[in-house]
Design a protein around this ligand. Structure first.
Ligand code: ACO
Length: 432
């Protein structure tokens, strides 16, 4: 199997056969090219949730779920988390290489000077109910961004594609902060060009007009780290959504808006919000064991939020890094959060429970990120928005890669039809 070039598939009647080429990347599991399977045999493949299906070739991110490895463009996440910054990571994801000093200065300048929103955007924003969820607002606002950059947009022009990616990285934090401020009745805060990316975002979100914001340095550092860790994760649900929409030749801003919508679900990015809600519901360390027991009981319909991952069947390497930062943030800010104690006990109880051990269910990135966000004074409804800001870097990198991919085709899965077989229409009056 290690060196096979083809896998021959024959049906049980020995009537049909197809020789499927084995495709190999630079790392990881080989894949069978099943493009000819239907023509050769008359069969489709069936794989709900794409558990065994690769949808594209990609050079951006590599994950080894069994070993707990995550690489962005070949660089281990641990090294990037320690030494890089989110904006540098965004450059790396988009361009494939770490920037030189001059390249980074130019990238930072461009991103910084594309952070403003058209003033008409306020009209969109003010149309939302005051209590609208910020993820609903972000989805809508990004969709409307397409209307500002559509008529002249030529997707055949690589420079226009690059600029769309820059605009998205630059404007998503401005829009996210505006959504938040609208929801609490604060005036929108314009981006300040003298601040770097993450600090600028925190200022846009938190600074009141009447006094300067004293932001503890650990706040920007922790947020930047979380942004790095969330920046990309290969073909996850939201990135695949961006690619699916992008495969039709749609406008990049709506492609990313679709990614935001996919991210919102609690099985994906919405999990960080769900973790905090769950920890608050558990409330006290004395309730931890009963929560674990409830999660093991399928009939309860309850799952431990922040546990398990489709790909990591070992510890999520991002969770390990965040766990360390969580303690640092709480220590430096002097936060004594009882929910952290609940989180620690929950992690401890689940990690030694046979149910979780056998199924290889470990804490994922969302388990700790919510606690950090909470310590930084970010409201729970904004947690997934934070994730969206970071993942925009990954979404645009994948969108750019896809637009250049000679194998790109409109994404159009098949199905196994289980509905009614042909039957005659019954006249309305004859139906009783
Ligand atoms: N709590 C309890 N049981 C669980 C959990 C959990 N969090 N996650 C999986 N299981 C169980 C399932 O019931 C199933 O048990 P079974 O084999 O007895 O039927 C087994 O573990 C496998 O679970 P699947 O749902 O088949 O695993 P899948 O890979 O499809 O799902 C997912 C992965 C969606 C992340 C799942 O683990 C989950 O719902 N976790 C909680 C939500 C969460 O934290 N999501 C964030 C993901 S990370 C991210 O998006 C950034």
């Amino acid at each position: 199997m290690a060196d096979s070039t083809h896998v021959v598939l024959t049906d049980s009647d020995n009537a049909k056969t197809s020789s499927l080429p084995v495709l190999r990347g630079s790392l990881g599991t080989p894949a069978l090219d099943i493009g000819k399977l239907y023509k050769d045999t008359g069969y489709f493949t069936y794989d709900p949730g794409f558990v065994s299906t690769a949808s594209c070739r990609s050079a951006i991110t590599y994950i080894d779920g069994d070993e707990g490895v995550l690489l962005y463009r070949g660089y281990p996440i641990e090294q990037l988390a320690e030494k890089s910054s989110f904006l540098e990571v965004a450059y790396l994801l988009m361009n494939g290489e770490l920037p030189s000093k001059a390249q980074f200065a130019s990238f930072e300048h461009e991103v910084t000077h594309h952070t403003m929103m058209h003033e008409a955007f306020r009209t969109f924003l003010y149309g939302f109910r005051h209590d609208a969820h910020p993820m609903a607002m972000l989805t809508g606002m990004l969709g409307s961004l397409a209307s500002f950059y559509h008529n002249e947009l030529d997707l055949e022009d690589p420079e226009q594609r690059r600029l769309a990616a820059i605009r998205l990285i630059a404007k998503v934090p401005t829009i996210a902060a505006a959504c938040y401020r609208y929801s609490i009745g604060w005036p929108i805060r314009y981006p300040r060009n003298n601040l770097e990316y993450t600090t600028r975002f925190l200022h846009m979100m938190k600074e009141v007009p009447s006094e300067p914001l004293n932001l503890p340095p650990i706040a920007s550092k922790a947020m930047d780290l979380l942004f790095i860790l969330h920046a990309d994760h290969e073909q996850n649900a939201s990135t695949s959504t961006v690619r699916l929409v992008g495969s039709t030749g749609a406008n990049p801003y709506v492609s990313v808006a679709a990614g935001v919508a996919a991210l919102w679900g609690p099985a994906h990015g919405g999990a960080n919000e769900a973790v905090l809600k769950m920890l608050a519901e558990i409330g006290d360390v004395k309730n931890v064991q009963s929560a674990v027991d409830r999660a093991k009981n399928k009939e309860s319909g309850f799952r431990l939020m922040g546990f398990g991952h489709r790909v990591y069947k070992n510890f999520d390497p991002r969770a390990r890094i965040i766990r360390e930062m969580t303690h640092k943030v709480l220590g430096e800010l002097g936060v004594d959060d009882p929910l952290l104690e609940v989180a620690m006990r929950l992690e401890e109880a689940a990690l030694k429970d046979d149910y979780f051990v056998q199924r290889k269910l470990y804490p994922n990135v969302d388990f700790y990120s919510g606690i950090i966000y909470k310590a930084l004074g970010i409201p729970t409804e904004m947690f997934t928005v934070m994730f969206a800001i970071a993942r925009t870097a990954g979404w645009v990198a994948h969108w750019l890669e896809q637009q250049n991919d000679p194998e790109n085709k409109i994404g159009r899965p098949r199905q196994i039809y289980t509905g009614a077989t042909p039957r005659d229409y019954v006249a309305f009056d004859a139906r009783g």
